[in-house]
Design a protein around this ligand. Structure first.
Ligand SMILES: Nc1ncnc2c1ncn2[C@@H]1O[C@H](COP(=O)(O)OP(=O)(O)OP(=O)(O)O)[C@@H](O)[C@H]1O
Ligand SMILES: [Mg+2]
Length: 586
């Protein structure tokens, strides 16, 4: 139960719905509990009437009474229904509102957590928390709370009605009910366990299909379809087995309940019958009892059901709490500096990826003066993208420090920092949205205008491509949309970064998929855009970097050479060799 206490703040927030819901439950049950006594009165009167010697004139009054009782019964059941409706309208709606709040809380947490969290958790797990776990918690907040209150209220009301009629009969009639609660609890647990298995095999099945569909091109090219058809059969078979076993247990559920109701009813009639023969109670009372026993059945059955529901919710909430308590390693300092300007300096920076322990940067020192362009090159895996990650503070350094305007990067406001940086990551990611929205992604709502989007597209040399699409800038890309070529994607990603016109720019290998002619055009535009801005240009081709004010050459996480293109060539060391190799190839 303890993990669920976390939700108390939400219950408090919606306390009036809960209080009202409880009042509605009380009223609904109050009307419900009176109904059997009407049946009792009616029965007794009919028996009395039929037993008495025939009074023709009595027929009129007994008909009137019957009409009155029937009317009352209908009225009571109508009122019961009305309050039942309001109960669901308050408590179930409360659970939906909390579900909404909780999902938002979790999503905000996702946004606040740093990259390490995403690297060390599977996407499927992250998704499950916000969907599966939250929906299990909702079952506690809605149905579980509602049925629990209902049970207590109904129990108190009905039992007090029953006790008033006959104490001994009450005890006999109730005897089988706790057994039922227990059995239902056991059966629900088995059902839950089996449903979980079904869920697991279902998610296996869908991940299987999803992966094979996204890799369909490779799959077809390598002619592996038949192989995977067999594998799919196996996966569906697992799913089928899990489902059949669940169905078997489910089939057991109702018979158990029906048997125990039958038992209760039989005991009531038997014991009640004996008492009626002794004249302690009358036939109407037995009838009233039988109805009460049936009324209590579902609430008692729900004890077992609710218990297992609460257990599952607690397990889910425990998982949620574990993660809601996580703190991002990367946090704002107190009174963070919001104004970001000046040079960037790496001072003896070493960096180890927390997930893999790989030392990606080793004692690196360099500086980028304000308003200059620095090119970074080096073999694959030498740490270039890591530098970009550190500059945007996606990670914090392991050793050494990064200074902006001679102050530690940690002193700056993170969101101001990220606004100041235009970052084109190496792995292009575009959202399933229109071209225009993808380009204007980094802008605040008020800042978006068509002219800016068109200018950015032109600067990134992707404008011609876009206007050739049928719907131009309104073309949808991504799933269900137009598929872009690698180079088109890269250029859209560049447009997205430069539209912000940020003071700092990082281009991580973003010209690798464009031809040299286009590259030259883009570089020419970037020259203009980067004027007076501080920029980092990462690339493998020297042609990309040669105009940079300074070029850094990395090898295995170490900075091995730096200087202008000309001075590095004159050095005749690694950079020169790299240049020669690339030149010979052309
Ligand atoms: N998220 C990560 N988690 C763990 N290790 C990583 C991560 N990203 C990179 N690495 C490791 O850090 C090292 C440096 O990687 P980095 O991406 O900085 O290289 P790079 O110079 O950008 O290479 P490329 O030219 O191929 O883009 C590599 O050994 C890589 O395996
Ligand atoms: Mg890289």
């Amino acid at each position: 139960m303890k993990p669920l206490f976390y939700l108390n703040k939400y219950l408090l927030k919606y306390k009036w719905r809960l209080v009202l819901g409880t009042i509605f439950i009380i009223f609904s049950n109050l009307f419900g509990a009176y109904m059997p006594s009407i049946v009792n009165t009616a029965t007794d009167n009919i028996i009395e009437y039929t037993n008495s010697s025939v009074h023709k004139d009595g027929e009129q009054s007994i008909m009137m009474l019957a009409l009155y009782l029937a009317g009352t019964y209908v009225f009571l059941s109508f009122m019961k229904g009305v309050f039942l409706f309001f109960t669901r309208q308050t408590i179930i709606i409360m659970s939906r509102l909390i579900e909404y709040d909780l999902k938002n809380e979790i999503y905000n947490k996702y946004q606040a957590l740093d990259m390490s969290f995403y690297k060390s958790n599977k996407t499927g797990d992250i998704m499950n928390r916000i969907s599966e776990d939250v929906s299990k918690v909702r079952m506690y907040l809605g149905p579980a709370i509602m049925y629990s209150i209902n049970l207590v209220v109904l129990f108190v009301l009905v039992i007090s009605f029953m006790l008033r009629i006959n104490v001994e009969l009450t005890l006999y009639a109730l005897m089988p009910l706790p057994i039922m609660s227990f059995l239902v609890y056991k059966v629900s647990r088995i059902i839950n366990m089996k449903s979980e298995k079904v869920q697991i095999s279902q998610s296996n099945l869908s991940s299987f299909v999803q992966e094979k569909i996204s890799g369909i091109r490779v799959l077809k090219a390598y002619n592996r379809s038949n192989h995977f058809i067999e594998e799919f059969k196996e996966e569906t078979l697992n799913y089928q087995i899990a489902n059949l076993s669940l169905a078997k247990t489910n089939a057991l559920f109702m018979p158990v309940i029906i048997f125990l109701i039958g038992l209760s009813t039989t005991i009531t009639i038997y014991v009640g019958g004996e008492k009626a023969i002794d004249g302690k109670i009358d036939i109407g009372d037995i009838l009233q009892f039988v109805i009460y026993v049936n009324m209590l059945t579902w609430p008692f059955a729900s004890v077992g059901w609710v218990t297992s529901m609460v257990q599952r919710a607690a397990a889910s909430q425990k998982r949620l709490n574990e993660f809601l308590e996580l703190e991002s390693e990367i946090k704002n300092a107190k009174n963070p500096i919001k104004d970001i300007k000046g040079s960037i300096e790496f001072k003896n920076v070493s960096f180890r990826y927390p997930e893999s322990n790989i030392l990606a940067l080793n004692q690196v020192s360099f500086s980028i003066e304000e308003g200059t362009v620095v090119g970074i090159t080096g073999k694959t895996g030498c740490g270039k993208s890591t530098i970009a990650n550190l500059m945007c503070r996606l990670y914090d350094v392991t050793e050494g420090e990064i200074l902006i305007n001679n102050k530690n990067i940690k002193a700056y406001d993170i969101s101001a920092l990220r606004t100041a940086f235009g970052y084109v990551p190496q792995e292009v990611f575009l959202f399933s949205d229109t071209v225009a929205n993808n380009i204007s992604f980094g802008l605040k709502d008020g800042e978006v205008n068509e002219a800016k989007i068109i200018q950015a597209a032109k600067d990134a040399q992707v404008y011609e491509n876009i206007i050739n699409f049928e719907e131009g800038f309104e073309t949808k890309i991504g799933e269900k949309g137009v598929t872009l070529s690698g180079g088109q994607k890269q250029r859209l990603s560049i447009a997205r970064a430069i539209i912000k016109s940020p003071d700092y720019m990082i281009f991580d290998d973003c010209l690798s998929a464009v031809d040299t002619h286009t590259e030259e055009n883009i570089l020419k535009n970037l020259d203009r855009i980067m004027k007076n801005k501080t920029a980092v240009l990462i690339g493998h081709r020297i042609s990309t970097l040669k105009n940079a004010d300074r070029i850094l050459l990395f090898d295995k996480g170490k900075l091995i050479e730096q200087g202008s293109h000309e001075s590095l060539l004159a050095n005749k060391k690694e950079y020169f060799e790299l240049y020669e190799r690339q030149h010979v190839k052309k």
